[in-house]
Write a protein that binds this ligand. Structure first.
Ligand code: HEC
Length: 246
């Protein structure tokens, strides 16, 4: 009975492992070191996000002024640089609004085959390495409706939003099946500049998915220091209490 149970658990575990692998991308992911304490990087990322992504994607669980506060921007800077959405009367929405946009699901489904998902939590769902590799892996593919494909997300419905910056890439396969992306036409940024821009964008997406993470890390360090000091005090107290007991 016991061994049967063990067998079932083992089979379930193996199943979980193999399905996790099956869902993974077909190319190795590039890893990215992000720093959510880097305010300048977060600001650059936010700038890219509102200018290049929010036409299609929302971040509907976040408010503009919360981003402004966390990223060290004044109310005016937030209104001027981040808020482009208007309400029914054509007025800019207030800085306290949620970061939504005007694209309906029905329109998104019709235009792209799949409505652009909300991106507030995408960094937690996909991970930062996945996002970093995905946003650098678009390539020309005439067989796709929009003429563009992605090696990390095969047959993605999203056009390359940053083609002006990155330029266009072409996919090449080695004899051993390794996938390479060669630059076909240069964009306004060099490859290292584009990588840096995407790192900023991914840093912002990571912040968006967990705005409290910088505070959490800081508080964690303070708590560890407190416990260390407390350990010393507790040890001295213990020595004091036990000094006459043999
Ligand atoms: C022209 C519209 C459009 C723009 C602009 C756009 N996207 Fe998308 N995006 C889409 C669509 C449509 C999908 C859904 C694709 C699918 O599932 O096939 C998508 C999917 C994604 C996904 C995958 C989500 C998931 O987990 O499945 C990510 C990540 C993403 N977009 C990030 C971005 C970022 C970052 C930007 C800005 C640099 C951006 N997008 C700009 C249309 C757009």
């Amino acid at each position: 009975m016991k061994s049967l149970f063990a067998l079932i658990v083992l089979a379930a575990l193996l199943g979980a492992v193999s399905s996790a692998q099956a869902a993974g991308p077909s190319v190795p992911l590039d890893s990215v070191a992000i720093d959510v304490n880097n305010e300048a990087s977060l600001q650059r990322g936010a700038h890219l996000f509102v200018n290049y992504c929010m036409g299609c994607h929302s971040a509907q669980f976040m408010r503009y002024n919360r981003v402004g506060r966390d990223l060290g921007l004044t109310e005016n800077q937030v209104i001027r640089n981040m808020v482009f959405t208007t309400d029914e009367d054509g007025e800019l929405v207030s800085s306290g609004s949620l970061m939504t946009n005007a694209m309906t699901r029905a329109y998104g489904n019709e235009a792209f085959g799949k409505a652009p998902p909300d991106l507030t939590l995408v960094a937690r769902v996909r991970g930062t390495d996945w996002l970093y590799t995905f946003l650098r892996s678009f390539y020309r593919d005439e067989s796709r409706p929009l003429g563009v494909n992605n090696v990390v997300f095969e047959n993605v419905g999203m056009p390359h939003p940053l083609w002006e910056l990155q330029g266009w890439q072409e996919k090449r396969k080695d004899a051993d099946g390794t996938v390479h992306l060669d630059l076909l036409r240069a964009g306004t940024m060099s490859a290292p500049e584009y990588d840096r821009a995407i790192r900023d964008l991914v840093t912002f997406l990571s912040y968006l998915a967990e705005p409290i993470q910088a505070d959490r890390q800081r508080i964690g360090i303070i708590v560890m220091l407190f416990l260390l000091v407390f350990l010393v005090l507790a040890y001295l107290l213990k020595k004091e209490y036990w000094k006459d007991v043999h």
